[in-house]
Design a protein around this ligand. Structure first.
Ligand code: C5P
Length: 400
């Protein structure tokens, strides 16, 4: 399950032009199922109206500096106690300084001292302010106290300058929030390596032998493992997908490169999930120059050699290996054979044509000593959740 679902999040918005982006962040958090209480600093209220957030979150917005001393005097205490996460986005230089000092003369200051929820800061400011020693030291102080910091990023700033100071994209802030909320989850302390996408085997510098895998399933599995507190390395063939926030991302092209990456990443791993569509064969030779039509005129032939079976040949005691079987016929028979041949704890079997490149999939989970679990048609993130939950149980069984 997505750790944002049902999470109580306080979104502190401070004064800066990026405050308008906090509206999108609030909206996306709500869409992900979080209950969001927005607190505006005095500076933020100059940039954006509370009504915007009220409409998006369907909850009252706290923007009154004196609220804590009036009839709502216990408001910040209960809000602070119920919060699972405090996000400050954008975090201005002023708000960062105030949080570092522990000032409590506004609602956000009161809340941040009262709550024991983790703090996620997304700084945004003019780059000279960000690079100033005072700001750097204040951020370092907050980090030392356990705050997570996302961004800022380099790029166009409202001043017209280019530099480090842009608020991280909303998707990045949300990814960091997921990771913080999930950190005590069922895979906390575990290290999971996931492979994703299809490999590409070059014929020449511009052509390759490949497949239609989009990487969606592997990326969803990496996110699901992060959501449950695992440390994750994602080894992926070429894809346009964004690596989930918090994953160590290793980009590869060929099966041989993927094998090397998997070998080194799994040295200390608990789990390997091979969701990649690894090319079983590669061209025996790959030309350094682009092949010309004239040189192939008497009927091109491509000689193929077999690639190593990455998961099948990997023998590491204690490593839980999970594989996938995308088949076009006799699904369960072929998948069960691969489970045994490759020494897998679990294989996820599905119909190749109905799955590859799609957003949803109907899968069967097959293990050696258990009847198959037939899952309904699910969106790949939901399927990934089911698979990763089962992996958590398997790890538990090994431990017991
Ligand atoms: O044999 P087949 O390719 O159908 O097996 C699928 C499973 O084996 C997947 O988990 C896939 O990632 C993995 N595999 C591998 N190395 C290969 C081919 C497939 O690890 N060369």
């Amino acid at each position: 399950m997505n750790p944002l679902t049902g999470a109580r999040i306080i979104l502190g918005v401070s004064g800066g032009i990026a405050a308008y982006k906090a509206a999108d962040l609030a909206s996306k958090l709500v869409q992900a199922g979080a209950v969001v209480d927005v607190v505006l600093t005095r500076g933020a209220a100059a940039f954006i109206r509370p009504l915007t957030f009220q409409a998006l979150t369907k909850r009252p917005v706290h923007d009154d500096v004196f609220e804590a001393w009036t009839e709502h005097s216990s408001g910040h205490v209960s809000l602070a106690a119920e919060a699972d996460l405090l996000i400050v986005a954008p975090a201005s230089a002023n708000t960062i300084a105030r949080l570092a000092l522990g000032l409590a003369d506004d609602f956000l200051g009161l809340l941040s001292l009262s709550t024991r929820a983790p703090l996620l800061l997304a700084p945004a400011m003019e780059h000279n302010m960000y690079l100033h020693a005072a700001t750097r030291e204040n951020i370092a102080t907050l980090r030392d106290r356990g705050a997570a910091v996302v961004g800022p990023e380099r790029g166009h700033l409202a001043s017209g300058a280019e530099g480090e100071g842009r608020l991280s994209p909303v998707t990045t802030i949300i990814g960091a929030a997921r990771q913080l909320l999930g950190r005590a989850g069922s895979l906390a302390g575990r290290y999971v390596v996931v492979t994703a996408g299809g490999t590409q085997e070059p014929l020449d510098p511009v052509r390759y032998l490949g497949n239609r895998s989009s990487g969606t399933m592997g990326f969803a599995l990496a996110q699901a493992a992060l959501d449950r507190g695992a440390a994750v390395t994602l080894v992926s063939g070429p894809t346009r997908l964004q690596s989930p926030v918090g994953a160590r991302f290793v980009s590869v092209q060929t099966a041989a490169e993927m094998q090397n990456a998997v070998l080194s990443a799994t040295e200390s791993a608990d789990v390997l999930i091979m969701a990649a569509a690894v090319s079983d064969f590669r061209p025996a030779t790959s030309s350094h120059q682009k092949l010309k039509k004239s040189s192939l005129s008497d009927g091109p032939t491509v000689q193929l050699v077999e690639n190593p079976d990455i998961v099948g040949s990997l023998i590491r005691p204690g490593l839980l290996k999970i594989g996938f079987a995308a088949e076009t016929d006799d699904l369960l028979i072929h998948a069960a054979a691969k489970l045994h041949a490759k020494g897998l704890a679990l294989i996820v079997a599905n119909d190749a044509v109905a799955t590859i490149g799609r957003d949803d999939s109907q899968a069967v989970l097959i293990e050696a000593d258990r009847p198959p679990t037939v899952l309904p048609l699910l969106h790949k993130p939901d399927l990934a959740s089911r698979i990763v939950d089962r992996i958590g149980e398997l790890l538990q069984e090994v431990r017991e």
